[in-house]
Design a binder for this molecule. Sequence first.
Ligand SMILES: NC(=O)c1ccc[n+]([C@@H]2O[C@H](COP(=O)([O-])OP(=O)(O)OC[C@H]3O[C@@H](n4cnc5c(N)ncnc54)[C@H](OP(=O)(O)O)[C@@H]3O)[C@@H](O)[C@H]2O)c1
Length: 284
Amino acid sequence: MAPNSVPDISLNDGNTIPQLGFGVFQIEPKDTAQAVSRALEIGYRHIDTAEMYGNEAEVGQAVRTSGLDRGEVFVTSKLSNAFHRPDDARKAFESTLAELKFDYLDLFLIHWPLPTRYDGDFVSTWRVLEELQRDGRVRSIGVSNFQVAHLERLATEAEVTPAVNQIEVHPYFANEEVRAYGKAHNILTEAWSPIAQGKVLDDPTVVDIAEEVGRTPAQVVLRWHVQRGDIVFPKSTTPSRIEENFQIFDFALDDAAMDRINGLDKGEAGRQGPNPDTFDYLPE
Ligand SMILES: NC(=O)c1ccc[n+]([C@@H]2O[C@H](COP(=O)([O-])OP(=O)(O)OC[C@H]3O[C@@H](n4cnc5c(N)ncnc54)[C@H](OP(=O)(O)O)[C@@H]3O)[C@@H](O)[C@H]2O)c1
C-alpha cells in the first residue's frame, strides 16, 4: 500500500499549504486544545480556525505545546464579521495573533463578504489584508464565501489576488461556478463542510463506493475532494474519526467512481449553510 502523506499545494503567492487540514468550527473552547493536539499527533500540519469560532487561544496552545516548530504547522484564521471597517480589521488581526500567541499567521481570510453590510464595501477591508501581508505579519491572504461577483470586484479594484477562496463544497453542493472562477484565476478552492457535516455519509452511492474500495464513506468523500484539487479540513472531536479522515492519501478513486459522486450535486438545493449573497450575520 502506498504511504499516506499529505501533499503541499502551491499558492499563487509562492507559499505552500498542506492539502489536508483540521477544522475547529463548533469545537467548544474547552475541547479544542485536546482535539488539535490529537490531530497534530496523528500528523495533521494545517489547522483552520476563525475569530468567530472563539477557540483561537486553544489552537495556539495546542500548537505551542506540540513540540513542533511553529514553522511546521500551517494555521489559518479569519476576520470576524463584526470588524470589516479598516481600523477594526487591523485591531482584530492583532487580537487574533495575541490569542494564538504567534508572531505571524500563515493565512488570514475575510470570513464573509457581507455584501448587504458596510455599504457593500469589502474592498477597503481587503486592502487591510494586503497591508498586513506587506508588513510580513501574515504570509498569505484570502477570502471565504466570496461569490464570482465579489471576486470580480476584487480583481478590478484591488492589487493582490486572493490565494484561496474558502467556500461550501461537498457532493450535494459542488459549487462549480465559484470553483471554476478560482481555477481560471489561480485562486485555490478550500472546501468547507467537506462531508456536509456528516449528511452525505449515508448516501447510497457513497456507501456503495466505500464498500467497493474498502474504505469508509468519509474517506471516500474526502478523497473525492482531494482528487478534484481542493483543500479540505474535516472537523471531528472523535479521536478515531480524526485518524480515519487523515488516511486518504494511500488509495485512489477511479474515474467512474469520481463521476458517480459528481452526479450527486443538487445545485443550490444542496447548499447546507447560508447563501453568501444574503448572509448578514454580525456577532454581538
Ligand atoms: N468559512 C466558513 O464560513 C466555514 C463554514 C463552515 C465550516 N468551515 C470550516 O470547515 C471545517 C469543516 O466543516 P464542518 O465542521 O462544518 O463540517 P464537516 O467537517 O463536513 O463535518 C463535521 C461533522 O462530521 C462528523 N464527522 C467527522 N468525521 C467523520 C467521520 N469520519 N465519520 C462520521 N462522521 C464524521 C463530525 O462529528 P464528531 O465531531 O462528533 O466526530 C461533525 O459532526 C470547519 O471546522 C471549519 O474549519 C468554514
